[in-house]
Ligand binder design. Structure first.
Ligand code: AKG
Ligand code: FE2
Length: 233
């Protein structure tokens, strides 16, 4: 893990979301797609400091599991001025007034990515992708969709989860999104702005429980996987 001097400079500039390079849409639900919001120079440090999570899917952010660069990045993502700029792009007044819940995903299983809207406890969701490159089309690429039952009815072309791509959307009854199945490493930081502190406490509790269950699942599959291999003819 690297140590970053506590300089005041910001890596995530709100102006990168308002300078015309960001695709902003208000229909069929408010969302935007920002590219290159992070300087490429930061990539090695961010990769080094990305948590070595056990378990697939989104797990609650724990400061102690991340290096300084990731912690600093998350601080900037949830900072009031950055949150308010995200909210402005989504037509949400003062997004920073809402509590945040941060989660991180390092690995995906094939079962992830089903089309959904996100739960009602969320006001808005942001996803910051940190993968140095994404060589596959389709699998693992985020799709904003018109319907809950058709991966091909895309609102805009699918979004590769490559380093420095930041997407955000307002949670609505039709904020359909998902991706085709992908299994393997896929680095993402997710910030959700939640309707209430009670929602945040519940999500944190559920997230911790799911982290424990995923670790147990991991142990079991390692143990039984080994037994199965050993028992093979
Ligand atoms: O990882 C992604 O690209 C989407 C994740 C997502 O939609 C979710 O966790 O609710
Ligand atoms: Fe989602």
């Amino acid at each position: 893990m690297t140590t970053i001097a506590t300089e005041r400079s910001s890596w995530l500039q709100p102006t990168t979301l308002t300078n015309g390079n960001t695709l902003v849409r208000s229909a069929p639900f408010p969302f935007f797609v920002g590219k290159d919001v992070l300087s490429r120079d930061l990539l090695p440090k961010l990769l080094e400091d990305f948590p070595r999570l056990r378990g697939a899917g989104y797990l609650p952010y724990e400061k102690a599991h991340c290096g300084d660069a990731i912690n600093k990045l998350i601080e900037q993502l949830v900072a009031p001025d950055f949150a308010d700029t995200i909210g402005d792009n989504l037509g949400i007044d003062k997004l920073s007034q809402y509590p945040t819940y941060v989660s991180i995903s390092r690995f995906l299983k094939k079962r992830h990515g089903n089309i959904h809207t996100d739960g009602k406890s969320k006001i808005a969701t942001a996803l910051l992708y940190l993968n140095p490159e994404w060589t596959v089309d389709g699998n693992g690429c985020l799709r904003f969709l018109n319907r809950i039952d058709d991966y091909d009815d895309m609102v805009v072309p699918e979004i590769k989860p490559t380093y420095g791509t930041l997407v955000a959307f307002k949670r609505t009854e039709n904020s359909f999104h998902g991706h085709l199945p992908f299994e393997g490493e896929r680095l993402v930081i997710q910030v959700a702005w939640l309707a209430s502190e009670a929602d945040k406490a519940r999500k944190a509790r559920d997230g911790r429980l799911s982290y424990k269950l995923k670790r147990i699942q991991g142990w079991l599959s390692r143990i039984f996987g080994r037994e199965k291999q050993a028992g093979q003819p």
